[in-house]
Design a protein around this ligand. Structure first.
Ligand code: PEP
Length: 245
């Protein structure tokens, strides 16, 4: 019922030419994978070139970040309208690096989710606990609060959620499939309470050191609908191997 989605977050990696080459290789490989959706989030400056390279294929393109306003005196920012104009269909919101390094709060994510939806883009809202929060037994408190605030103004519009335990991002550590499934199931229950889209239709991705070697076990869980992949998305073969899983 929910199509699998494998999304790559390229963060601050790849020149424009490298990004185009990688997108072309992923789009080409996806021809053999009709049952899985694919999406990449390049550096903003490469987004239009990557979208052009992906046009005519099933590979979709996302922003990594957007401001909640479409214009104004916001030096250095980029807007949902500009992302759309450049060819994006989605945008990552509330990634833990935005929260921890750039001061993005759940209130910011709420405004961004609303602005993206108003512009017809699909937000990918990232939620996840830090290691100290997990060790204090607060995983669900933290994750569900980020979810409730982030999606408070989403109404019934299409959103994607990515559960990314902060301690698993870029560290090589992964939540066990059973631990991840437990959080995903709690997220799905909360989506029902929030009336954020049809809860059975919202895709909830897992992120945090997903690799070809661990993807199949994670993706076998009933409430894990795909993956948000950082490091392993920077190489076409490893990204496509996760898609095949
Ligand atoms: C991410 O940045 O969203 C991520 C999951 O990174 P990695 O796969 O490298 O842990």
């Amino acid at each position: 019922m929910r199509r699998r989605l494998i999304a790559g977050n390229w963060k601050l990696h790849k020149t424009r030419a490298e990004a185009v080459e990688l997108a072309q290789a992923v789009a080409e490989g996806m021809k053999e994978l009709p049952d899985v959706d694919g999406l990449v989030a390049p550096v903003s400056l490469s987004l239009a070139a990557v979208a052009e390279a992906a046009s005519g294929s099933r590979l979709q393109v996302a922003g990594q970040h957007a401001h909640s306003e479409n214009k104004g005196a916001f030096t250095g920012e980029l807007s949902p309208a500009l992302l759309k104009d450049a060819g994006a269909s989605h945008c990552i919101v509330g990634h833990s690096e935005r929260r921890s390094l750039f001061g993005e709060t759940s209130e910011h994510t709420q405004a961004k989710v609303q602005a993206l939806l108003d512009e017809g883009l699909t937000p990918i809202l990232c939620v996840g606990e830090r290691l100290d929060e997990r060790e204090a037994g607060k995983t669900l408190d933290v994750v569900l609060e980020q979810l409730r605030i982030g999606l408070a103004e989403a109404g019934g519009r299409e959103v994607i959620v990515a559960y990314e335990p902060v301690w698993a991002i870029g560290t090589g550590k992964t939540a066990t499939p059973a631990d991840a499934q437990a959080v995903h199931a709690a997220i799905r229950t909360a989506l029902g309470e929030l009336k954020a889209g049809a809860p059975d239709a919202v895709r909830v991705l897992y992120g945090g050191s997903v690799k070809p070697a661990n993807a199949a076990d994670l993706l076998a869980q009933p409430d894990i609908d795909g993956a948000l992949v950082g490091g392993a998305s920077l190489d076409a073969e490893s990204f496509l191997a996760i898609m095949r899983a």
